[in-house]
Design a protein around this ligand. Structure first.
Ligand SMILES: Cc1cc2nc3c(=O)[nH]c(=O)nc-3n(C[C@H](O)[C@H](O)[C@H](O)COP(=O)(O)OP(=O)(O)OC[C@H]3O[C@@H](n4cnc5c(N)ncnc54)[C@H](O)[C@@H]3O)c2cc1C
Length: 434
């Protein structure tokens, strides 16, 4: 982080963060740590009311380490430390022939953690006097001279800030301001640039002991596995000291293009085991045995940011995490991208030359370096889903998939310091910074 003390102008910079999820909470805590005036507004009554398992890749681990938060996150996970996790990609059909064993380097360490545990780890550092629960933002507006942003909440209250960071997830309300301005808030409850991907993700947990008892041939408790199929695939990975197998079964309807509108809520619905077994009935014995153990699968209608955003910032408002780039989860990359956003934003906002007078340019610099990266990973995630569902560029044969799978996680090797330096250089060229 920036080592120089905050200047008096910075101390006056009032930042409001909307959304205390993975990205908003990390951003808030890190800004609070360096003394920036941050108020955090969260719609729920507490952090982490909902969620499931999240895999954090090497890029996310590096961010947490640099922000000084990794030890706490590891302590709340089921792992003693971040570890390499080989990944087996096998056919979902017949005897589940191995297609590709993803090679991992020793430095490619990751961590699996439940979202609630992650938030628990980070929230111990939050200043509760600056945290406001049950505050659902419904709209933003700016003052006449655009020097302040007014935030309206669903309970009729409001707040003002010099800068607003939207970390309010896939159903972002702040996104409307960035894409359409204050005039966009005409219809309450409308989410812009959020579309249904036509992908349903059925989720469930299965005890590993049950898998063994039922005589499954595949060893489930060692590594993550992907069973591929036509327009569907299953991802499994061991959690809770490998006593439980986390199962996510994806089904994509490719008969129609993604709609430009979100589905009516709820986006998470309960289903029967039979639905799951019927959907995957042409898969081999092991996948079916596993799916048969999920008693009450929940199905998540996966939404993503579509069309992609032209900018992650407008005026004094910027977006981060899923608010900026909600993506299909086929690279396990969404949270990691949000953490990268937080890293760059925190460094720029706590820079000794950032003030209320130049913060619009600072947010433009943030968008300039983060938008290509976030949008690239979003598109790569969708392409990876195509490969897993036998629709990749080189076709759905084993040979085709073996051509397309190498390097799918190359996005882990990204230099965030370079992004930050590029942003600073741009600010210097524009004579915003000396
Ligand atoms: C099936 C599935 C599997 C996934 N697996 C992975 C994985 O393995 N690895 C990975 O990195 N990512 C994964 N993801 C994606 C990951 O969960 C998200 O990218 C990540 O949670 C985004 O964090 P966020 O902070 O932007 O949003 P969220 O975590 O969604 O947090 C948003 C917060 O904002 C609050 N909020 C919402 N609206 C308002 C409002 N109007 N006012 C105030 N507060 C508001 C919410 O209550 C919430 O606390 C997966 C996603 C899905 C659906």
């Amino acid at each position: 982080m920036n080592d120089s003390p905050l200047n008096p102008q910075q101390k006056k910079l009032r930042i409001a963060i909307i959304g205390g999820g993975v990205c908003g909470l990390v951003c808030a805590v890190t800004l609070m740590k360096v003394g920036v005036d941050v108020q955090l507004y969260e719609a729920s009554a507490k952090f982490g009311e909902v969620g499931a398992g999240v895999g954090l890749g090497p890029n996310a681990i590096r961010v947490l380490e640099q922000l000084g938060l990794l030890d706490e996150v590891v302590a709340k996970s089921d792992q003693a430390k971040p570890e390499t996790r080989p990944f087996h990609i096998a056919s979902g059909y017949g005897d589940n022939e191995l297609i590709y064993d993803y090679p991992v380097k020793p430095e490619d360490v990751g961590l699996g953690i439940h979202r609630v545990a992650f938030l628990d780890a980070i929230s111990q550092f939050v200043d509760l006097s600056k945290t406001h629960f049950n505050k659902r933002c419904v709209s933003l507006n700016h003052s006449k001279n655009k020097s302040e942003i007014m935030i309206q909440f669903s309970d009729g209250t409001s707040a003002t800030a010099d800068v607003v960071l939207g970390a309010d997830g896939v159903r972002s309300v702040v996104r409307t301001y960035v894409t359409e301005g204050a005039e966009g808030y005409t219809t309450p409850g409308r989410f812009v640039r959020t579309s249904y991907t036509n992908t349903l993700a059925y989720r469930g947990l299965v005890p590993d002991s049950k898998v063994v008892e039922l005589g499954m041939k595949t060893v489930m408790n060692k590594t993550p596995i992907c069973w591929v199929g036509l327009d569907k695939h299953i991802i499994t990975f061991p959690i809770k000291g490998a006593t439980l197998i986390n199962v996510v079964a994806f089904v994509t309807d490719r008969s129609k293009p993604p709609s430009l509108d979100p589905l009516p809520q709820p986006w998470v619905t309960q289903h029967s085991t039979e639905t799951l077994l019927t959907t995957f009935s042409d898969f081999g014995a092991d996948p079916l045995t596993l799916l048969g153990c999920i008693e009450s699968p929940s199905a998540w209608a996966i939404h993503s940011t579509h069309p992609l955003l032209d900018s992650y910032a407008s005026g004094r408002v910027a977006l981060m995490g899923d608010a900026a780039h909600a993506m299909l989860p086929h690279l396990g990359a969404g949270a990691g991208q949000g953490l990268e956003d937080a890293f760059v934003l925190v460094k720029l906002l706590s820079h000794s030359e950032t003030t209320s007078a130049n913060v619009e340019s600072v947010l433009q610099a943030y968008s300039m370096v983060r938008r290509p990266r976030g949008n690239f990973v979003l598109e790569a995630s969708a392409r990876n889903g195509d490969i897993y569902e036998m629709r990749g560029q080189s076709g759905g044969t084993m040979e085709g998939m073996r051509k397309d799978l190498p390097g799918i996680w190359d996005f882990w090797y990204h230099d965030l310091e370079e992004d930050y330096n590029k942003a600073i250089q741009w600010l210097q060229e524009k004579q915003v910074f000396a």
